[in-house]
Design a protein around this ligand. Structure first.
Ligand code: FAD
Ligand code: NAP
Length: 531
């Protein structure tokens, strides 16, 4: 029998969890489907050694409940994966979310029934439900990318992906480990693995910029100070680019209008604070090539200071613009390459040729390994959405609709797919913002929209083709004013062979929120509402 619901939410990461809480609070019948066997999303799947947030814990957390933020105690400046998962499990229990989440259940198909104006959703466990609204909380970074390398199935050792790390303890001591990739995940994992493995070989295709996190325990005094005005901190953050960092603030000066000494001093100050404070050193780091060069050169100088072997330092020095790929935060990353058991292999020109039964062949050299860790990222932003067989009006599939890149309005709504919402979808600030804030803003907007439809007697809402076309042009125009699209990044889909290259997230956090609010205030301008 088909189960009748108001809303189906796909995914029980931090977005889907808040969606359930908010929609249920509005009196809607909601069910969440989740592939994993618990809540947490990113923090459920990414259990690799060293995994932790890169937005500070006190900011990387929900702001919707004052009681929750007062009762929860973060122990570190950047919480580790176990602590964040524990927080999300606490939230699920505290707000009684578990009873409406169906775990170990993957949504495979979603078809819009035009006559009934409802979504019919099916899962790999045989669920068959009908709902007025379908909310995709499937995550921007949840579709793990395991590269299709020759011979990968022949390896006799252990193959791991950082984004699908096993729950059981993986004993890497006394092993020869190979890590493929040097993005954020690898940069967190490598220093920790290096301490236990007998030998670690890092296969680097592109060097990354990384800034020290200077992670440390939070003192009771600073926690008390934050809690004394937590909502104030949240409000200040919501007014910041990226919805974070109001405590160290962004410098409004240009890197070009200061003396060399002043510039160096500002970079040093920000390096000492650590994390994203470095990106906020000057207002034009992400827009002006010369300003960007100064920041990049500063990091390259740091690498040369830290890494003893000049050839290794040179290889570790990125050449692309800083921030065109997401900047990484680390604990002793560059220092790790001074260890005798760590070796860096440059695969920028050869790639990995093949995997054999006993290791990896790259640059015509065979590396004998017991474990291969693929830290090779995700089919970002669209991967988890297009893996679902979603069909809108006239049976059009989302995959086909997005073959030339994601087309939607506000990053939330796709023409031809009425009553379907994509939380932190491509075309919204999403991964260029603190993702708790981005998800909360989207959920609140969608909840308000559903309430509007009900009170006004509308059954469907759908973005117009024109609004979506204009929106895609807007995202490209805003991104084009920055240096973000200037290198091969997952923001552009460049990490996935054959994926259309389109810059997907929208740089510009607070302005985007105003735009969403404006659209709603004008009776959902750019949408067609039908009864
Ligand atoms: P997710 O947490 O990805 O949850 C999506 C869920 O949907 C998953 O559990 C998945 O199993 C489920 N799902 C997908 N498809 C289906 C389907 N078809 N059927 C059923 N279930 C499905 N962002 C920050 O702002 N700050 C950080 O410090 C930060 N650190 C990060 C660290 C790592 C290692 C990674 C990978 C990402 C990080 N991010 C960070 C981005 C991070 O993804 C978000 O912050 C946030 O966790 C995303 O939450 P979400 O609910 O939107 O998606
Ligand atoms: P990523 O940034 O996409 O990095 C993947 C790495 O693997 C890159 O170095 C890439 O090289 C390499 N690679 C990919 N395919 C390869 C192949 N076929 N052969 C060899 N090398 C290959 O993925 P990620 O490190 O998992 O991070 C993804 C995002 O998740 C981050 O940008 C960030 O937003 C988030 N994250 C955050 C944190 C945090 O600090 N809190 C931690 C982890 C992840 P190229 O650069 O050449 O493509």
């Amino acid at each position: 029998m088909v189960e009748e619901l108001d809303v189906v939410v796909v995914g029980a990461g931090l977005g889907g969890m808040y969606a359930l809480h908010r929609f249920r609070g509005d009196g809607l019948r909601v069910v969440v489907f989740e592939t994993g066997d618990d809540v947490g999303g990113t923090w459920y799947w990414n259990r690799y050694p060293g995994a932790r947030c890169d937005v500070e814990s006190v900011e990387y957390s929900y702001g919707f409940s004052e009681e929750l933020e007062q009762e929860w105690e973060w122990t570190e400046r950047y919480a580790g994966q176990p602590e964040i998962l524990c927080y999300l499990q606490h939230v699920a229990s505290r707000f009684d979310l578990y009873r409406d989440i169906r775990f170990e259940t993957r949504v495979t198909e979603a078809v819009f029934d035009e006559a009934g104006a409802r979504w019919r959703v099916r899962t790999d466990r045989g669920d068959d439900v009908s709902a007025q609204f379908l909310v995709m909380a499937t995550g921007c970074l949840s579709s793990a990318n395991l590269p299709n390398i020759d011979g990968i199935g022949d390896f006799r050792g252990l193959v791991l992906h950082t984004g699908r790390w096993p729950r059981e303890e993986v004993d890497l001591s006394a092993t020869r480990v190979g890590v493929v990739g040097t993005g954020s995940s690898a940069i967190q994992a490598i220093p920790v693995i290096a301490e236990v493995a007998a030998d670690l070989t890092v296969f680097q295709r592109t060097a990354s910029y990384t800034v020290p996190a200077w992670n440390r325990a939070l003192t009771p005094e600073e926690v008390a100070e934050i809690k004394a005005d937590y909502q104030g901190l949240r409000a200040r953050n919501r007014a910041m680019p990226g919805a974070l960092g109001s405590r160290w603030s962004f410098n409004d000066q240009s890197a070009l209008e200061v003396t060399d000494e002043e510039r160096e001093a500002e970079f040093e100050k920000r390096w000492a604070i650590g994390g994203f404070a470095f990106v906020g050193a000057f207002k034009d780091t992400s827009t002006d090539p010369k300003a960007n060069f100064y920041a990049a050169e500063f990091v390259r100088r740091k690498i040369r200071e830290i890494v003893h072997d000049p050839a290794t330092a040179e290889l570790l020095s990125p050449r692309h613009t800083i921030s065109c790929k997401r900047i990484c935060l680390d604990t002793n990353y560059y220092e790790t390459f001074n260890r005798p058991n760590v070796h860096l292999v440059d695969i920028s020109s050869t790639g990995i040729e093949r995997v054999t039964a006993t290791g990896i062949v790259a640059g015509a050299t065979a590396y004998e390994l017991d474990v291969i860790v693929f830290a090779t990222g995700f089919d970002a932003m669209t991967g988890s959405l297009t893996r679902i067989d979603a069909k809108g009006r006239q049976g059009q599939s989302l995959k086909d609709a997005w073959a030339a890149g994601p087309v939607n309005y506000l990053g939330l709504s796709v023409p031809g797919f009425p009553n379907l919402f994509t939380l932190t979808g491509p075309g919204s600030p999403s991964v260029l913002a603190n993702m708790f804030v981005a998800n909360e803003q989207h959920v609140d907007w969608v909840a308000d929209c559903m309430r509007y439809l009900r009170t006004k007697g509308f059954r469907t809402i759908e973005a117009t083709e024109g609004a979506a076309e204009d929106w895609v042009a807007h995202v490209n125009e805003v991104a084009g004013r920055t240096l973000y699209p200037s290198c091969n990044s997952w923001y552009l889909g460049a990490n996935i062979p054959g994926k259309t290259r389109v810059f997907m997230p929208l740089p510009g956090f607070p302005a985007y929120v105003e735009r969403c609010d404006d659209v709603a205030a004008r009776g959902y301008e750019g949408f067609v509402l039908a009864s």
